[in-house]
Design a protein around this ligand. Sequence first.
Ligand code: ADP
Ligand code: MG
Length: 342
Amino acid sequence: MIKLAIHKKQNSFSDRWISYCDSNKISYKIVNCYDSNIMSDLNDVNALLWHWAHHEPEGQLVARQIISAIEKMGIVVFPNINTCWHYDDKIAQKYLLESINAPIVPSHVFLIKDEAIQFIEKAQYPLVFKLRCGAGSQNVQLVKNKYEAKKLCRKAFSKGFLAAKGYFADAKTKVRNIPNIEAFIGKMKRFPRSVKNIISNRRLLSVQKGYLYFQDFIANNQYDTRITVIGDRAFGFLRKVRPGDFRASGSGQILYDNDKIDMRCVEIAFDVSKKLNTQSLSFDFIFDSENEPKICEISYCYQSKAVHDCPGNWDHKLNWNKGHMWPEDAILLEVLRLISES
Ligand SMILES: Nc1ncnc2c1ncn2[C@@H]1O[C@H](COP(=O)(O)OP(=O)(O)O)[C@@H](O)[C@H]1O
Ligand SMILES: [Mg+2]
């Protein structure tokens, strides 16, 4: 009989995995992947499901290494290392996507200050500056000229940047997205805990320094196209940019309109997922001046409700399957399929 191991973390994908297993009578046990005995705890299971996130300092420190080790046990792991080694690491994504000739926004990485300065002197502006890590556009900014670029360069090669912003960063967007008074009260109740977590994470996550990362600025995009590929399913929606800004990620303005989804994005997302052997990956596309879709970022973590609310999904032949589906369920079905193949 099949038995799964699930790393339980409240408000992560594990909530749904556990309830799915309970209602479908799938045998499972709860494990803690940060426990020193995790390898022996996995001796009697066929697969492990673990949804580790970028803002967990312990995950950033050891999740990739633990997952690489678990794969050697011959069990199915979600996320497999192909799915997550580049997670929350835009530098890794640049090299990875270039290696398979995937269409990406032209990206420039410098690890030597003098080489960065030479680039800054000759570059076309504006450019987009990014830290390798972060989400919700927190660590992404427009650089208007070489003086701004040099300032960032000095900081990058001296004291560096904190990996996470404070609680009040992007406050306008957060306030705009509070749907009602109940949500506001909930936010206020969680305020002390949220601030404590952010302060602790800011202390523990590595300071970002010793590199400089720029992308060419792709102007005039009103929204990102977000495609999420899980096994043989692709979900698609659009995310509008913030008013008066160029950044969509974290805007909370989601649009479900298949007529506005360029099917080239779905094809590219399936193609890249296949080449990389990933189990679940979201892709953000923007369109360049020739209207060619370019990948801006990939990530195995995403908001599950946004994917669930898609009206359906495509398979790799672009057949449309109507109906909502939780991505956690799609992942679990994919894991069961992989077990049956192993
Ligand atoms: N090179 C670029 N040109 C134009 N817009 C960009 C570029 N890179 C990112 N953006 C916009 O900024 C947003 C945040 O960038 P992204 O790299 O996805 O960071 P995050 O990891 O915070 O989501 C994207 O959703 C996109 O709308
Ligand atoms: Mg993004």
